[in-house]
Design a protein around this ligand. Structure first.
Ligand code: FUC
Length: 771
């Protein structure tokens, strides 16, 4: 079992405190408060309990994309390198966007200035410790240098909205060096007292600021402006201003950053200068002790992370003794490593908690992490699969709160998108989007007519899992309804009454024409969800019936000449087509138009299409295929796709096609390059293998692979307002508990067993498994 019980063993047996620190820092399983009180010198040498949820390495990172480790608190993210000569901490804030804030009327598909998600800056801590003996777990770095043991921990706190880096050593006065704060847009950096500040303004009017305060025990810190320590291995220009520290026992760096972005188009997305807010956060955080900051962070983090645990089998002690990189290499060579698979699933949850919290923008193509002002595909909100895939795990993996930034983003762009949509499609109600989108709803490149309907699916799913009728009425339904209105106005009626989506495009290949399966299926899904929503709310009868009438007339999915599910109305699918997008299977996943029980022929056709498409592709494409095979009930294929995604790669150039997407040493999914949707899609895929709830019932272990004969899951959410705990042994269910949030009745299915469970809100309902 993952989670607190395993860590509890670690504590009881007195294995190293630092092991506890590393594990907790990695994926936050246990509080660190107790670790704080133990003097460093009394601690045992680093011996990470590697059965825990830890990413670790025995050398510093050289490369940002493939080797550095991420932390984040929602709006802010950072990548930690773990250097001893120089520590580099590259940081971001999710609202720093270049490009237009307001679309210019009359421009074509590629006319707008989309801009790009920007890198914020770096912190360099020059330490001058030249050592190779290092252990680096996410957040924790330990090493020895000239007989002194050094330790560095870092965390990004959501409650305090700061990043904290804490450096301690086994000998007093061991820290002397230099701290630099750099800015990726040449802002002026100033040093005053113990504080570094970078304040700047982008050409589009976005103002931003980052601040770093360095607190110290003993020794001294003073501002300097001398250009010393100008060099670093990444050739990043360091400002003249810095903080010089000498003979300190310990250091605590507190970092905060922000912009004047606000999610309000009526104010052109511009709010107050961030100086006051950033200063306030720094001041509030510096008034607390590190252990207080850390326990507040962990209480918040555990509140989310510990809602879900997963055990799909233990890995061998030899495997567990390896660094993450070596483990991945052994796995690629064929080793079995079930705890690496559960770690990968949980890592997706860790990333979502770290980059998507209520109150800030949603996760973009790289979550929040980005070291470039020209990231691949602008680090945008890509509407034809990618931003949606980011949010697939949010509901089932029990992180519904982390879904909120996406829902709020969709809400924030409605009006500007409606204006843009009318320019394109004339007098229509509702709205939709193009493929590439920035933080301000400025859209770019190909129109993606069903994009808004796919977004609306997320607003519905948040309700379907949580059953908050008030949210459905106020937030989700108005969006679903106006997107339906777009299709009411935009669908084309053929002489025989069939309704087709005009001028569509199956992303990102084939002709532009009407009746494309991708469009038809997403509109079908939108109408289905909206009809259910109206029924639940008991409102809007006439509208609901009209939409139901339209849905009945939609062009239906077709089976083609080689038994495949047709991607287009014309039977032109090429059995040798290996394209990464598998958009015509939307109805299988994430939609529910195709299920094994209700549409077995279409499910079989989907299987034929999927088999022809093959497995080798980009990272996110493999992740989607895990979900498809899980929905088809094929645990072996789902697991082999998971294995093929967990394939260690080092390619960082952009490659499409059969490039062999995989993971880097740091478990970031590689498209290539790094693109975070694959991480999130894989987490969702593992959930789909264990529990499905899209077809009006809760299916237990619908796609359990032989590789996971014995295991357990806790806190997996199901539609209808339920949480599911399962244990299985030798492939057979041994324990199942339904926890009811909604108090509704549910039908539960495992193999040929069926249970009808009448529940009460807050109640726990164990199923009787014995026949
Ligand atoms: C879509 C995909 C690409 C890439 C990009 C961000 O356009 O076709 O593979 O993932 O989004």
């Amino acid at each position: 079992m993952l989670g607190s019980s395993a860590i509890g063993v670690l504590r009881k047996t007195g294995r190293t405190i630092r092991a506890c620190a590393a594990a907790a820092a990695a994926l936050g399983v246990v509080g660190l408060a107790s670790c704080e009180s133990v003097p460093l010198a009394e601690r045992a040498p680093l011996a990470i309990d590697r059965s825990q949820l830890v990413l670790w390495s025995d050398r510093p990172a050289n490369a940002w994309m493939t080797e550095a480790f991420p932390i984040g608190n929602g709006p802010m993210g950072a990548m930690l390198f773990g250097g001893t000569e120089i520590e580099r901490v590259q940081f971001n804030e999710i609202s720093l966007w270049s490009g237009a804030r307001v679309a210019v009327e009359g421009l074509g598909e590629e006319g707008q200035d989309l801009g790009a998600y920007q890198a914020f800056g770096d912190i360099f801590i020059h330490l001058g410790h030249d050592t190779a003996k290092l252990s680096r777990a996410v957040h924790t770095v330990t090493y020895e240098h000239e007989g002194v043991r050094y330790e560095r921990t870092a965390f990004a706190s959501h409650p305090d909205r700061v990043i904290v880096i804490h450096l301690t050593a086994s000998k007093p006065g061991a820290y002397s060096g230099r701290i630099q704060l750099t800015d990726m847009h040449d802002a002026k950096v100033t040093a005053q007292g113990e504080t570094l500040t970078a304040t700047g303004k982008l050409a589009n009017g976005f103002e931003y600021e980052s601040q770093l305060v360095a607190l110290h025990q003993s020794g001294s810190i003073r501002p300097v402006e001398d250009g010393a320590f100008a060099a670093n291995p990444w050739k990043i220009k360091a400002p003249l201003a810095g903080l010089a520290f000498e003979r300190c026992d310990s250091l605590t760096l507190i970092i905060s950053a922000g912009t004047n972005y606000i999610p309000d188009h009526t104010k052109q997305w511009l709010g107050d200068h961030p100086h006051v807010a950033v200063t306030g956060r720094i001041q509030a955080a510096r008034a607390r002790s590190v252990s207080d900051l850390r326990s507040r962070h962990l209480a918040d983090y555990h509140g989310l992370f510990n809602r879900f645990s997963l055990d799909v089998g233990a890995s061998s002690s030899q495997t567990l003794a390896m660094t993450t990189e070596d483990r991945l290499k052994a796995y690629l060579a064929g080793a079995t490593d079930p705890s690496l698979e559960s770690l990968f699933c949980q890592f997706g949850r860790y990333l979502l908690i770290s980059c998507s919290r209520p109150g800030s923008l949603p996760a973009n193509l790289q979550g929040v992490w980005n070291d470039s002002n020209e990231p691949p595909w602008a680090g945008d909100y890509h509407s034809n699969i990618n931003v949606q895939m980011n949010y697939w795990p949010a509901e089932p993996a029990n992180l519904a709160d982390c879904h909120r930034p996406f829902i709020d983003y969709v809400t924030s762009i409605r009006e500007v998108s409606a204006r843009n949509t009318r320019q394109k499609y004339g007098k229509v109600r509702g709205w939709t989007v193009q493929t590439m989108n920035n933080a301000c709803g400025v859209s770019f490149w190909k129109w993606n007519p069903p994009g808004s309907a796919w977004y609306a699916q997320h607003l519905w799913e948040h309700f379907a899992f949580g059953r908050d009728t008030d949210y459905l009425r106020r937030t989700a339904y108005p969006v679903m309804k106006e997107v339906c209105e777009f299709w009411e106005d935009h669908l084309k009626r053929r002489p025989d009454g069939t309704l087709v989506t005009p001028d569509g495009w199956s992303p990102e290949h084939g002709p532009q024409e009407e009746g494309v399966t991708y469009d038809q299926m997403i509109v079908h899904d939108l109408f289905t969800n909206t009809i259910e929503a109206a029924d639940i709310l008991g409102e809007d009868r006439a509208f609901r019936d009209r939409i139901a009438g339209l849905r009945d007339k939609l062009l239906k999915p077709k089976i083609g000449r080689w038994g495949q599910l047709q991607e287009w109305e014309t039977d032109r699918d090429d059995p040798n087509d290996k394209h990464r997008h598998v958009s015509h299977l939307f109805g299988l996943h994430p939609g529910r138009q195709i299920t094994r029980a209700t549409t077995p022929d279409l499910a079989q056709a989907a299987r034929v299409s999927l088999t022809a498409r093959g497995d080798a592709s980009t990272g996110w494409s493999k992740a989607w295929k895990i979900n498809f095979w899980a929905r088809l009930g094929d645990g072996e294929r789902a697991h082999s796709l998971l294995r093929s995604l967990l394939n260690i790669v080092d390619e960082t150039r952009t490659i499409y096609g059969e490039s062999g997407g995989g993971v880097y040493d740091n478990l970031f999914v590689s498209h290539p390059p790094f693109q975070i949707d694959g991480n999130f899609g894989a987490t969702a895929g593992v959930c789909e293998m264990l529990v499905q709830s899209h077809a009006g019932e809760i299916q237990l272990l619908p796609a359990l692979p032989k590789a996971w004969p014995t295991g357990s899951v806790r806190g997996l959410r199901a539609r209808g307002g339920f949480e599911v705990d399962l244990d299985w042994k030798d492939g057979l269910l041994t324990r199942a508990v339904i926890r009811s949030i909604s108090g509704r009745e549910c039908r539960v299915v495992w193999a040929d067993r069926v249970w009808r469970v009448a529940t009460t809100p807050g109640g726990t309902f164990p199923l009787t498994i014995a026949p």
